[in-house]
Design a protein around this ligand. Structure first.
Ligand code: ADP
Ligand code: ADP
Length: 233
């Protein structure tokens, strides 16, 4: 059974009295352990789709089953519970708090999950070690490079042991060397059996994934494996 099952997902916005279909009826299954890259031109619907997949937003209509549970009609509070338990997020701009240490940033989701202080510390150390930043645990974000900041953000996304990791342009603000390091981390997580969904504009980034999905005008117009060249632009 797929971890993610989307059927007939539409998202309609009303702009100046006109309907805009940001998503026009998406059917998509993603299995546990898949590493899927979402590509597509600006305005094609990638962010809207990620927001729905990440339980940050609801579709206008259609069904979204996550681990067999219908989540398309949940209230905001119910969606927040699903999100906090099952999904880890990585953003283009890292979204770290600047006044606290790397370890405290990583431990934040555990505070919301009601985990005690000692266990929070221990688990934050462990995931920071896993992304190769054990020796930077006490540094604040402004004492770290962009690539290191993104590794802290990945550790934060992992600390709750989520079912799915969602990354929106995670290398968009990084240089070539850091980009390579970050993609190696995602590839390692994929080998460990994690489910990853990543949005990117860059075919070289998408090529790291095991599955490439092309979004165009609110629909998935190509669904291909690793190594296939997609006609993005
Ligand atoms: P957002 O998702 O925040 O609306 P956009 O998708 O519009 O942002 O674009 C983010 C950045 O990526 C912008 O700097 C834009 O110029 C660039 N960009 C958008 N579409 C493409 C594309 N098809 N190929 C390459 N770069 C793109
Ligand atoms: P992408 O991430 O691929 O750049 P988006 O999902 O951001 O695409 O946008 C898809 C379409 O939906 C675009 O036409 C965009 O203008 C429209 N759209 C997105 N968000 C809103 C919104 N909050 N209100 C109105 N239209 C929106």
């Amino acid at each position: 059974k797929p971890m993610i099952e989307l059927a007939g997902i539409k998202k309609i916005y009303y702009v100046g009295g006109q309907e805009v279909a940001a998503l026009a009826g998406i059917d998509l299954n993603i299995k546990q352990g898949e590493f899927a890259a979402l590509m597509g031109p600006s305005g094609s619907g990638k962010s809207t789709l990620m927001n729905i997949l990440g339980c940050l937003d609801r579709p206008t209509c259609g069904s979204y089953k996550l681990d067999g549970q219908e989540v398309a009609n949940l209230t905001d509070d119910e969606l927040a519970v699903v999100r906090n338990k099952r999904i880890g997020f990585v953003f283009q701009n890292f979204n770290l708090l600047s006044r606290i240490s790397a370890a405290d940033n990583v431990a934040l989701p555990l505070i919301y999950a009601g985990v005690g202080k000692n266990e929070r510390k221990e688990r934050a150390r462990k995931v920071l070690d896993a992304v190769g930043l054990g020796d930077r645990a006490d540094h604040q974000p402004n004492e770290l490079s962009g690539g290191q900041r993104q590794r802290v953000a990945i550790a934060r996304a992992l600390v709750n042991d989520p079912h799915i990791i969602m990354a929106d342009e995670p290398t968009g603000n990084l240089d070539t060397k850091s980009t390579k390091e970050i993609m190696e981390i995602f590839e390692g997580l994929h080998r460990e059996g994690r489910t990853i969904i990543l949005v990117t504009h860059e075919p070289e980034i998408a090529a790291c994934a095991s599955r490439q999905l092309l979004v165009r005008d609110g629909l998935i117009t190509q669904d291909a494996g690793k190594g296939v060249k997609m006609d993005v632009v």
